[in-house]
Design a protein around this ligand. Structure first.
Ligand SMILES: NC(=O)c1ccc[n+]([C@@H]2O[C@H](COP(=O)([O-])OP(=O)(O)OC[C@H]3O[C@@H](n4cnc5c(N)ncnc54)[C@H](OP(=O)(O)O)[C@@H]3O)[C@@H](O)[C@H]2O)c1
Length: 263
């Protein structure tokens, strides 16, 4: 049986980008732990398939709400729809994100820069502000999904790296401003994670992802469920006195001193 502090029965969660990858794994885990879940993304067919899968697998409720989170009014409509269908919102997972191609800062197309910043930083603010009235009522929580690119910085994805770093700061300021209302705000920064899209890209380019992780302390990339576990921790009462924090889930590449010594 699930320890009481991890039980999410009676809670309602919104997961942006919940139709695929880390978002879908998170939506599934939250539903398994008893939450009613709404998933949002742009592709209605992908979302509907994921929602059906999650309902069948968990026996819980999962609602698909097609949404472009780069549009503030769409984020507002998403939260209104969820509140109307489920009566409340307790948990917001700002997970939708991604980088648009690899190109250096000297040549980056500025429309793409704006798109990456909007998707990976501004959308979290749009969704959080739209969900705030409900989160105040429920004394709920927010989990923002950043990236290790936002911790170390990654060449070729400058806009993405800067936006993800900004998301970590947004987490801290939201936590400070909304903590007095009983709302916790935390952040998870995944490292290299084997999502469907990532593994397809690795295969296509003949990229040896395991080799790329060979100097990480844990010597491997992460699985979607491992990231989802960290997100579910922040979303649960097990983290009731934790706010404003960023937790890296990346096998430890941020740990310095890579001179090999015997274990
Ligand atoms: N996988 C990794 O190695 C890794 C590492 C570090 C951080 N992350 C972060 O983890 C999060 C999840 O990524 P993932 O790896 O699971 O990739 P993914 O499978 O590509 O998921 C991204 C999701 O975001 C949605 N999305 C993209 N643009 C959107 C928009 N404008 N409006 C609404 N939804 C939108 C996509 O759905 P639609 O296309 O249907 O809209 C998709 O479901 C992202 O924030 C990513 O930056 C991933």
């Amino acid at each position: 049986m699930l320890p009481e502090e991890f039980d999410l029965s009676g809670r309602v969660a919104v997961v942006t980008g919940g139709g695929t990858g880390i978002g879908k794994a998170t939506a599934r885990l939250l539903a398994k732990r008893g939450a009613d879940v709404a998933i949002a993304g742009r592709k209605a067919d992908v979302l509907e398939d994921a929602a059906r899968e999650i309902r069948e697998e968990t026996g819980g409720k999962c609602l698909a709400v097609p949404t472009d989170v780069r549009k503030p009014e769409a984020c507002k409509a998403l939260m209104e729809k969820v509140a109307e269908e489920f009566g409340r919102i307790d948990i917001l997972i700002n997970n939708a994100g991604g980088a648009h191609g690899h190109v250096g800062l000297s040549k980056i197309d500025l429309a793409k820069w704006d798109r990456d910043v909007q998707l990976n930083l501004s959308a979290a603010q749009y969704c959080a502000q739209a969900a705030l009235p409900c989160l105040k009522k429920s004394k709920g929580c927010i989990v923002n999904i950043s990236s290790l690119a936002g911790v170390h910085g990654t060449q070729g994805v400058g806009a993405y790296s800067a936006a993800k770093a900004g998301l970590q700061m947004l987490t801290r300021v939201m936590a400070a401003e909304w903590g007095p209302a009983g709302i916790r705000v935390n952040c998870v920064a995944p490292g290299m994670t084997a999502t469907e899209k990532a593994t397809a890209g690795w295969d296509e380019r003949g990229y040896d992802a395991m080799q790329a992780c060979s100097n990480f302390p844990l010597r491997r990339y992460g699985e979607m469920d491992e990231v989802a576990q960290a997100i579910a921790f922040f979303a649960s009462d097990a983290a009731s006195y934790v706010t404003g924090e960023t937790l890296a889930v990346g096998g430890g590449p941020q740990i310095g001193g890579m001179i090999e010594v015997e274990t």
